[in-house]
Write a protein that binds this ligand. Structure first.
Ligand code: PLP
Length: 387
């Protein structure tokens, strides 16, 4: 059977390929240290689980509105006002099965063949393929380590053409851990506003932020920013709920409506009882989040300090998320080659930057225990010295 041209242009996930190899090695009994994780190694807090269990036990097992439960949409709107300083009505909030689906729906609702979408690299692995699925074209803008892996307004301006429809900006950033400042964002918004370019603001890591970095929501910057921005967020990272598949977007009314229509004909709403868990996450005790963030911070400092002591590799100290991006370009290997050899020779799994549109780097996740981080970094260091 022939597959569609749309499906044929999808690239297989490099991230999953490395993960599959690491798992296969583990199942053979090898002691593999995994730095590939894209999810917190913490469990979902008990009060969130209890809310979902209670929903199931009380028979809350039927369809909900496709855009999500009214109380969850209200809780999200309240959160966006309280935490982010942005006013959305619940009708502007669409709850989806993960931030991933929210991003995809938002792109489908706004982009079409002939459109270009600007994506700073290194980027989250799925953005370019989502853009291609919508029939639009990704335009990748490289960033530099010197600039802390952040795109400057002038880089954005240089990448723009009359076909530019959207910019995807992810702060705090996966994979670099970069956090854009208010001024940096304001300069980018100014460029976008001149040509009415949408901004997909992926803020899923907003709660995982360190030192004196501050998360600024793009939609909060000005009325112009608000009118152009689709804010993406979710529960996976902040509340350790990756497997629950729950995320959301908030957007100008017309976009929210279009997203609701798309979702109502594709997947409908996320599972009913999962949404009750989401309400408990937003309204309940936030201490587990604080505790998790503190633990991540300790690991971040440890990992960064160790990496900066290894000759011929460099890193910028990440200010957010749970990754350290390591520049290996002085070692003379492509990122895929480096990751392959590191895994087979030293039993350490990292994600090659090729997956993120930058072959100079590899990504190490510290969403794993400090013991594994110590052992894995010992091996990583020895491996780098052999090159
Ligand atoms: C930048 C970024 N956006 C979105 C997502 C998707 O998150 P979710 O699990 O809510 O679909 C991820 C997950 O890795 C991510 O790193």
């Amino acid at each position: 059977m022939e597959i569609s041209a749309r499906a044929a242009q999808m690239s297989p996930s490099l991230t999953l390929a490395i993960d599959a190899k690491a798992k296969a090695m583990k199942s053979e009994g090898l002691d593999v240290c995994g730095f590939g994780a894209g999810e917190p190694d913490f469990d979902t807090p008990d009060h969130i689980k209890a809310a979902a269990i209670q929903a199931l036990e009380s028979g809350f097992t039927k369809y909900t509105p496709s855009a999500g439960l009214p109380e969850l949409r209200q809780a999200v709107a309240d959160k966006l006002q309280a935490d982010n300083g942005v006013s959305y009505r619940p009708s502007q909030v669409i709850v989806s099965s993960g931030a991933k689906q929210a991003c995809y729906n938002a792109i489908l609702a706004t982009c079409q063949p002939g459109d270009e979408v600007v994506i700073p690299a290194p980027y989250w692995v799925s953005y370019p393929d989502m853009v291609r699925l919508a029939g639009a074209e990704p335009v990748i803008v490289s960033t530099t380590e010197r600039n802390s892996w952040k795109m400057r307004a002038e880089d954005f301006e240089n990448a723009m053409t009359p076909r530019t429809k959207m910019l995807i900006l992810n702060t705090p950033n996966n994979p670099s851990g970069a956090v854009y400042t208010r001024d940096e964002l304001a300069a980018i918004v100014e460029v976008a506003a001149e040509e009415d370019i949408y901004i997909l603001a992926d803020e899923i890591y907003e709660k995982l932020i360190y030192d004196d970095a501050q998360h600024v929501s793009i939609a909060s910057l000005s009325k112009e920013a608000y009118d152009l921005t689709i804010t993406i967020n979710g529960f996976s990272k902040a509340y350790a709920m990756t497997g629950w598949r729950l995320g959301y977007l908030a957007a100008p009314e017309a976009v929210a409506k279009a997203v609701d229509s798309i979702q109502s004909h594709s997947t409908s709403h996320p599972a009913s009882f999962v949404q009750r868990g989401g309400v408990a996450a937003l309204k309940g005790d936030q201490q587990p989040l604080t505790d998790m963030r503190e633990e991540f911070d300790l690991r971040r400092n440890y990992m960064y300090d160790r990496i900066t002591k290894i000759p011929n590799i460099t890193a910028v100290k990440p200010q957010g998320a749970f990754y350290v991006l390591v520049n290996i370009s002085q070692l003379g290997l492509t990122s895929t080659n480096f990751a392959d050899r590191l895994l087979s020779k030293a039993n350490v799994a990292v994600i090659p930057g090729a997956a993120f549109g930058d072959d100079r780097v590899v990504r190490l996740s510290y969403a794993t225990s400090i013991d594994i981080i110590k052992k894995g970094l010992d091996r990583f260091q020895d491996f780098c010295r052999t090159l």
